[in-house]
Design a protein around this ligand. Structure first.
Ligand SMILES: NC(=O)C1=CN([C@@H]2O[C@H](COP(=O)(O)OP(=O)(O)OC[C@H]3O[C@@H](n4cnc5c(N)ncnc54)[C@H](O)[C@@H]3O)[C@@H](O)[C@H]2O)C=CC1
Ligand SMILES: O=C(O)[C@@H]1CCC=N1
Length: 273
């Protein structure tokens, strides 16, 4: 039986744990989480029935997979006291942190089999999207285990180069926030057009769900699905012309460039590799 330890039980860990349990991929008693926050620990035990620890060392003591889910800025300080144990035990180490490179993770942890994973918070619902990249030392069995774990939370895809993880971070890692911002904007605009807050919110969320389901379950590409909504001389045409006139595509490109740049900067600021 594979015991999994999460170091850090915040937003991203909670989403992955929720997804794993929802899918029945791992038994709750095999999921151990350490977090200094007593409230976090109580919430995780209450919501998922998993095992929580105040001490990171206690959490990893019997784990064959260790998932690092602390902020990038915390990573070095978190790994230093764990290095001797990790070096001796050599679990599969999976880091979900933005911008901490494989060479740096190996150096700080003393582990050789290290995977960088870039998941996103919809993992909680089973509709997550994760990019994965492994160090050479990760065995086929460990890759398959990684696929099983992250695949249980949604789509899991291996990328060819470590640099692609920064692009994945900018696209799907941060991506849910872009859609949430669009939802916020549509709700606000709907209210300004005279709808109640509840009507604007419910119609916005259902439209997002419907568009996402339709685009992901159809062979038809998003640009064609958009054209099918856009009647010549109609209402959508006016809205799309407004978006294009404001250079929405350039704005999205600039936003994703900024996110990817920040991932690379984090690597320079915090890492050695
Ligand atoms: N939130 C997101 O959408 C995504 C986050 N990530 C990555 O996940 C990692 C965690 O991010 P979030 O969950 O958003 O942050 P968060 O702040 O919600 O969670 C971090 C957790 O680490 C705990 N922590 C602090 N010091 C600790 C220590 N010494 N030992 C153990 N735990 C400690 C905190 O109490 C907190 O619960 C980051 O590296 C981030 O880059 C990756 C993809 C998406
Ligand atoms: O904002 C961040 O840095 C993290 C990584 C991807 C999503 N959240």
């Amino acid at each position: 039986m594979t015991q999994i330890a999460f170091i850090g039980g915040g937003n991203m860990a909670t989403s992955i744990i929720g997804g794993l349990i929802r899918e029945g991929a791992v038994s709750p008693d095999l999921i151990h989480v350490s977090d200094p926050g007593a409230e976090q620990r109580e919430r995780l035990t209450r919501d998922f029935g998993i095992v929580t620890h105040e001490s990171n060392l206690d959490a990893i003591s019997s784990a064959t997979v260790v998932i690092l889910a602390v902020k990038p800025q915390m990573m070095k300080a978190v790994l230093e006291p764990l290095q001797a144990t990790l070096n001796t035990r050599q679990p599969l180490l999976i880091s979900v942190a933005a911008g901490i490179s494989l060479p740096t993770l190996k150096e700080w942890s003393g582990c050789t089999a290290v995977v960088r994973a870039m998941p996103n918070t919809p993992a909680l619902t089973g509709f997550g999207a994760t990019g994965l990249f492994a160090s050479e030392e990760v065995s086929l069995d460990q890759r398959n285990l990684t696929d099983t774990l992250l695949g249980a939370t949604g789509l899991a895809m291996w990328v060819q180069t470590e640099a692609e993880i920064d692009a994945v971070t900018a696209l799907s890692g941060s991506g849910p926030a872009y859609y949430f911002l669009l939802m916020e904007s549509m709700i606000d605009a709907g209210i300004k057009l005279g709808l109640s807050e509840e009507t604007a919110r419910r119609l916005t969320l259902q439209t997002a769900l419907g568009a996402g389901k339709m685009a992901s379950s159809s062979d038809v590409a998003p640009d064609e699905l958009r054209r099918r909504v856009t009647s010549p001389g109609g209402t959508t045409e006016q809205a799309i012309a407004t978006f294009e006139g404001a250079h929405l595509r350039d704005i999205v490109k600039a936003a994703m460039d900024a996110a990817a740049r920040r991932a690379a900067e984090l690597s320079d600021e915090l890492g050695n590799g």
